[in-house]
Structures are given as C-alpha cells and as structure tokens.
Write a protein that binds this ligand. Structure first.
Ligand code: SF4
Length: 279
C-alpha cells in the first residue's frame, strides 16, 4: 500500500483544518473501530499493570488515548519530550491532561548527554550526516524511550501500514526479542479513518496538522509537505526515503529490554535499532 499523499498548493480550496481536509467516513470504519477497541481491551487484559501507550502525540496516538480514556482501559499513557519539539506539540501534553484528567508521564533526554552532543557536534548536526542525525535521535529519543519502557511487558503505538512503504507490513501485534509485546491496533486504519474519529469524538490534536504536517517530530526535522508528496516527506526531508526512521520503529526489541541493553551505535543499520512510536 502506498503512503497517503496530502495536498498543499496554491490551488488548494479554501479549507483550513486537517479535519476539513482529511476526515472521511469510509466503508468498514465501524468494523475497524470495533476491532481496535477489542484489541486494546485484550492487550490490557493480557498485560495488567505493565502496558503503556507510548504516544508520539500525533493524530493516531490521540485517537488511541481517547479510546483508552473513553473506555476506561487500564493502559498507562507516556510520551517523550526530546527538548526539540515544537511549542504546540509540547502544549498538547497539557491539553491532554486537562481534557482527559489523566497522568501523562513525560520522559526527557539526559541534559548532560544533550549538552555534550551539542557542544561536540553543534545544534545542526543532524543535517550534516545520517550518522549524526541518528546519534541525535539516540540521545534525544532512544535513550529516554528505553526508560519509558523499563519494566513494561507491553506497549501500544499508533503505527499504520499506510504511513510509508517501510511500515506497509506492520503487524497488529509483534513480540520483541526480549519478549515485550508491541500492539499496533491502528495498523489497518486509513488517514481518513483517523480524522473521521477525531472529528466525531472531538479529540484534541496538534494544530500543526492544520499546517500540512501530517507526520510531526522534532522541530528541526519536520517541515510541511507539498502537493503530491508522501505522508512522511516532511520528516528528515534531506535524507533518502529508505533512511526515514529514527530507529524507534524498526527491528523489534533492541531497546525494548527496559534500558538494560545498550542501543547500537548510530548508523549501524536500522534493523539493529530500537522500536517505538516517535519516528
Ligand atoms: Fe534530533 Fe531530529 Fe532526531 Fe529530534 S528528530 S532527535 S532533533 S535528529
């Protein structure tokens, strides 16, 4: 399945929100929603007290958080603040707490590690080479993710097959090398489904989605996409398409041992890197 193309051009009709652009009810939506809810219920039942939603704060993850809260599922919610997020992304964490009255645990990178990386390689190191970009992701994302997952038996992500070719074979449930289970209950949802749910359930979302950013990561590494570009074209846009994962969603299990395993050296190959939901 190919990635969803999202439009932006001078010929774009006068629409102003992601909901207006993308929300569509398509056949089978109710079945997909019921399947997702069933998968979440089963996941929570199978992993009492040890399951967490690792939310990227993207549209898909906002759907999942809404389902978890709306159906009172015993699944914790946690996220990463890399220290390089856009202000609206950071603000969304507070909006979630206010709206849902839940604890959202936030994991941040080591201040010393970030200072050392920036002092050694500079603020714009990620643009200079793939190795430096992955090294930055290691410090700001992968290491905090290892702490987020520490002691967890399972986690929930918002991965969808439609997001990219790289994700086109995402399974609903996978087991990492360390035995930790990863649930991707939106794997077969479309972008239209995601926004249909958001529209019909009044789900809070990142306003950057209204600015043609379907996939949002750190500010230095995210741009708006243009007419006809793939879903993730605005992420690490200076790199080859095949490199566009930060290591959080590739190769099951490398970091999923709750931080007990060292992350691989940057640039050694995505298959050796950790899995996650923030790529
Ligand atoms: Fe660093 Fe960019 Fe990776 Fe964020 S996405 S951790 S800023 S390289």
């Amino acid at each position: 399945m190919t990635a969803t193309a999202v439009s932006r051009s001078t010929h774009t009709p006068a629409v102003s929100t992601a909901i207006e652009l993308y929300a569509r009810h398509t056949p089978g939506f109710e079945d997909r929603l019921a399947d997702t809810l069933g998968a979440l219920r089963q996941a929570a039942m199978q992993h009492p007290s040890t399951i967490v939603q690792a939310t990227s704060l993207g549209a898909e993850d906002m759907v999942l958080t809404d389902l978890i809260v709306r159906h009172d599922l015993p699944i914790a919610v946690a996220t990463l603040d890399t220290g390089a997020l856009h202000a609206p992304t950071r603000a969304l964490i507070e909006r979630m707490r206010h709206r849902y009255r839940i604890a959202v645990e936030v994991f941040r990178p080591s201040e010393d590690a970030v200072l050392h990386f920036v002092a050694t390689h500079g603020e714009k190191a990620m643009y200079r080479s793939l190795e430096l970009r992955k090294a930055c992701c290691q410090v700001r994302k992968l290491e905090p993710l290892s702490r987020l997952l520490a002691g967890r038996g399972a986690w929930v992500t918002g991965l969808r097959r439609e997001q990219s070719e790289h994700r086109s074979a995402v399974d609903l449930r996978t087991v990492g090398q360390d035995g930790r289970v990863k649930f991707n209950p939106l794997a077969d949802w479309s972008w239209n489904d995601v926004w249909h749910y958001i529209a019909t359930h009044d789900v809070p979302y990142n306003p950057l989605h209204d600015q043609f950013m379907p996939s949002i990561g750190c500010a230095p590494c995210t741009r708006a996409i243009a007419l006809g570009e793939p879903f993730r074209a605005g992420r690490w846009w200076w790199e080859d398409e095949g490199q566009k994962e930060c290591g959080l969603h590739v190769g099951e299990g490398a970091l999923a041992a709750g931080g007990s395993k060292a992350a691989p050296a940057p640039g050694r190959g995505e298959e050796q890197q950790a899995t996650g939901t923030f790529a």
